[in-house]
Design a protein around this ligand. Structure first.
Ligand code: G3P
Ligand code: MG
Length: 240
């Protein structure tokens, strides 16, 4: 059975609100703030290479058109995802999954790898992520998660020893049962609509609960009082 990587704060999308999301620049900021863990999103390029990005298209973070699953990795790695966030980050390019894992290792950051498959690529994305992590020796500082049951199941087949969590926007007994059925150690839940009894029930079922996205320190204090294992935050400068 796996060991759960247990820090209380996971910086959301590498550097939260302090850097362009899902970038190496974000990881460096998390490192400089003394954070222990980050979360980021992994999707496949058209040629099957895992890259770190949240959206299926490049509009919002890259300020240009293009679908991640239609473009080759070499092309994606040239997309500037820093300039739209702030001109000071111009030239910060969309990173590969491998470069982000290497940077996390170098900075001593625990990585919550959220498998974020483009629609229709759930199994393939989970399989590639799991295989790559297994090839790297099953890094103990990795937590796998996904909203996609198919992706998580595929990742679990290729990397059975890595801890994993099912993501759900809201708590339900069905989501809890799905997490248990997938052999997950955690249920990662959205803050909206979350009640203390949901946390209690999940914990009573043997699951850790991580909550996204907590940016107000008062909310973080409340989550701690409810007994959650950790929170995802865009404001690691405020939530410690
Ligand atoms: O893993 C927590 C959180 O990242 C899930 O939502 O949309 O930001 O990937 P999203
Ligand atoms: Mg995410």
């Amino acid at each position: 059975m796996f060991t759960w990587p247990g820090p209380a704060l996971y910086v959301h999308r590498c550097g939260g609100a302090l850097a362009p999301e899902n970038t190496l620049a974000g990881l460096r900021i998390a490192g400089r703030l003394g954070c222990a863990a980050v979360e980021f999103d992994v999707m496949l390029s058209a040629d099957g290479v895992p890259v770190v990005i949240h959206d299926e298209t490049l509009e919002r973070t890259g300020g240009r058109s293009g679908r991640v699953s239609d473009m080759r990795a070499a092309e994606l790695f040239e997309v500037d995802v820093g300039r739209v966030f702030h001109p000071a980050f111009e030239g910060e390019c969309l990173p590969s999954f491998e470069s982000v894992l290497a940077a996390c290792a170098g900075l001593g950051l625990i990585a919550n790898v959220e498998i974020k498959p483009a629609q229709g690529f759930e199994v393939e994305t989970g399989k590639v992520v799991g295989e790559l992590l297994t090839c790297r020796g099953g890094d103990p500082n990795v937590l796998l998660s996904s909203f996609s049951v198919d992706a998580l199941e595929a990742a679990a087949q290729s990397a059975p020893d890595l801890p994993r969590a099912l993501l759900a926007e809201t708590y339900s007994v069905a989501a809890q049962d799905r997490a248990l059925g997938l052999g997950c150690g955690g249920l990662n839940l959205g803050r909206q609509g979350l009640l203390p009894e949901h946390v209690r029930q999940a914990k009573a079922a043997g699951l850790h609960v991580l909550v996204y996205t907590i940016n107000d320190p008062r909310d973080a204090t409340q989550m701690k009082a409810w007994g959650v294992t950790g929170v995802f935050s865009d404001r690691p400068d405020l939530i410690r």
